[in-house]
Write a protein that binds this ligand. Structure first.
Ligand SMILES: [Zn+2]
Length: 200
């Protein structure tokens, strides 16, 4: 905590003023000094990561077709619309099972964002696609599963590294997150000065 200046905050229990020193801010908490109170006040000393970081990344992870690991689909930052249509961001093959394909033309949406507070890429899946003008959701015909659990309409769920996305109950894809280099990430870290407004 370089450059920290002593600050006054209001105790969250007795609402009287207490003085926060650099050592308290580093510890992340302060015990109220007022007689008869003694409440532990949690201090949030936050840092975040500059979102410009994503501009320099060589990739954003990929999906691997589980039945044939040679088949991979690189993801892009933002919305990835997955399906057999040429209008998709990720156009998958029409994988046939006894002559039938179970993947819809625009089957599901996998969104990649950057969480500036954790410094991690975030992957979220939703069945179907959202019409950008009407915000209406067009679901897939045969559904999407995440780790064998069916997604309900309008559900948007986080997908962990190694998560299995099943399209139409027949075709499995394994998500691989893009691993951010910790040294690179550290160079994008921005430390916020202790902000008394962010006490809990
Ligand atoms: Zn107090």
């Amino acid at each position: 905590m370089s450059g920290f200046r002593t600050t006054l905050i209001n105790c969250q229990q007795c609402n009287r003023r207490i003085m926060v020193r650099a050592s308290d801010a580093q510890r992340g908490s302060i015990v109220c000094s007022h007689v008869g109170c003694g409440a532990v006040n949690i201090l949030q000393t936050a840092s975040y990561y500059d979102e410009n970081l994503v501009r320099g990344l060589p990739g954003f992870g990929q999906l691997t077709y589980a039945s044939s690991p040679d088949i991979t689909y690189p993801l892009q930052f933002g919305k990835n619309i997955i399906g057999t249509s040429e209008t998709c961001t990720i156009r998958v093959e029409r994988f046939l099972h006894e002559g039938r394909c179970f993947i819809s033309r625009r089957h599901c949406t996998l969104t990649v964002t950057f969480d500036k507070w954790t410094g991690k890429l975030r992957y979220q899946i939703q069945d179907g696609t959202t019409d950008p003008s009407t915000h209406e959701i067009h679901t897939s015909l045969n559904g999407t599963l995440l780790n064998e659990m069916p997604l309900r309409k309008t559900e948007i769920i986080d997908v962990d590294d190694g998560g299995i996305i099943t399209l139409g109950g027949a075709d499995r894809f394994i998500l691989r997150h893009f691993a951010l280099n910790p040294d690179m990430l550290a160079t994008y870290r921005v430390d916020l000065a202790f902000n008394p407004d962010r006490t809990q």
